[in-house]
Write a protein that binds this ligand. Sequence first.
Ligand code: ADP
Ligand code: MG
Length: 623
Amino acid sequence: MTRKQKKMVGRIVVAGALFIALQFAPLEGVGKLCTSLGIYLIVAYDILIKSAKGISAGQLLDENFLMAVASLGAFALGVCDGSGDFNEAIAVILFYQIGELFQSCAVSKSRRSITALMDIRPDYAHVEKDGQMNTVSPDAVPVGSVIVVQPGEKVPLDGIVEQSDSALDTSALTGESVPRAVHPGEEVMSGCINLRSPLRIRTTRAFGESTVTKILQLMQEATSRKSKSEQFITKFARIYTPIVCGAALLLALLPPVVLLTMGHPAAWTTWLYRALIFLVISCPCALVLSIPLSFFAGIGGAGRASILIKGSHFMETLARARVAVFDKTGTLTKGVFEVLAVHHSPYSNEQLLQYAAAAESASTHPISRSLRVACKHPLAPSCVSDVEELQGLGVRARVENHRVAVGNSKLMEQEGAKALPCHCVGTIVHIAIDHTYAGHVLISDDLKPTSVLALSRLKELGIKRNVMLTGDNQRTAEEVAKQLAVDEIHFELLPVHKVEHLEQLMRTNRGHVFFVGDGVNDAPVLARADVGIAMGALGSDAAIEAADVVIMDDDPLRIPLAISISRRCLRIVRQNIIFAVGAKAVCLILGAVGLANMWFAIFADVGVLILCVLNSIRAMYNK
Ligand code: ADP
Ligand code: MG
């Protein structure tokens, strides 16, 4: 509980106790009025201040105003009708505050569970400098420093392991519960927990750019962006409150006047009382509070399942999605290629791989990584210059004074080298040296184990079409498409063509298309789609920026899960709207015709609020 909440509990307990004591106190007249007023102020002062501030800021008529008018009105009634009964006035505000407190605890609970799952912010870093160890705040560590992470500590900054093998608990980042082994030369992300032996890490990013900071920022943004339903509620409240106040005023004035003109007694207090009840019941807090809370809880629940959703708006779109578009490499396949064979080369296999790996030395594409791994005796980095990466085509570089191009057949065309086709199925990396064809390397990539299941789940969820867009060649694309049973494929695409195909699909399925990519050269498509989902993209800044949803582990099954979570969250939102509006409507009618007294109004209001809040919290727990 926060300090504010504790203070509120204190006020409620004190006022509640005094309220009960008041029932037995032998007080009459002015004495009773003053005591009641005192108790009232203990619980109500902040509401009175807030509504006064609201009035002076020109924002009349919010729920604070409604409650202030209703409770002060009830006081006035107690004075006017001479009953000296101020219980209702106190009770209205007391129960309203209990409802508010309850709701604020629910919000902080779901916020806590989001931050707990995001409990990755490191507090310190041990920096090694001139053989000395200093413990400093992570944001004071310059890039390129050496830090030491002891077992049990969080890795404070992104970097590369310099010394010792260990295992990392990456569960806070990826949801993966199996520890990941790390060895010297490997990259580690901040936010992981070191499990075994002390690690020396050379940092590659400042704290502001590190993975932890990125994720924390993302979660913060996620909960501040508003969805359409939320915007609707804000607008709704803006029209609703004045209407309700107007109606209450009419209810207080019109019937007595009509009664008078018809020659009956006016019964002013009866109608004033009904108008006040009407005001209490009509307070829209259940709606105004529970809808953002539902989305908030939904985003938190998704986060626990390794799915970062950047805003409730994307939940709405995901829930309605009809067409799924996938990138192939690294998204549906592992993106870890194995070199199978080298064909048609006048060079020795090793020599060709040396040239290819050297030209690829600076690329982050999965293909280049695998070529580098396959090359047993790499050339010295000094042999390579003028590296040029061509998105969707390959790379060009100068290696030992030869112009080397490594990529697909389109790149070979550009180079003026005649690529020979391959009779095997697989991704083919052609190599041209000095504009002359120098053979190709056949590499293959496996499907991720859950890709098939993920796509069939999507179908079960009512996704009409699964589409695959790839830069790879036709044979590989068709082979993968057959295994996955996708409905539509487009192959040999450059990143711009991927955007064109996506736009085509978006024209016929407006607002219902999501794209899933791994962030390697598909950031434009990620950004363009109705919802862009980046997979296992924690390393890639561009993807985190461009995507609307980030899947923290690589698992394609998270996509159908994200859709079901979104749908469930929206169902809960809808239930709350229907329940709150329905309950209010019934109570308003009962209040207007005099079948409900103030007590009923209070319990209806707080009850509806509590039920809606409880229902919202369900969105945090995925089945
Ligand atoms: P995908 O759409 O399947 O993810 P990409 O758009 O990343 O594929 O790449 C498309 C094709 O371009 C690859 O299949 C490969 O032939 C070629 N290519 C791209 N980058 C490289 C690279 N760094 N080295 C070699 N070939 C590459
Ligand atoms: Mg790709």
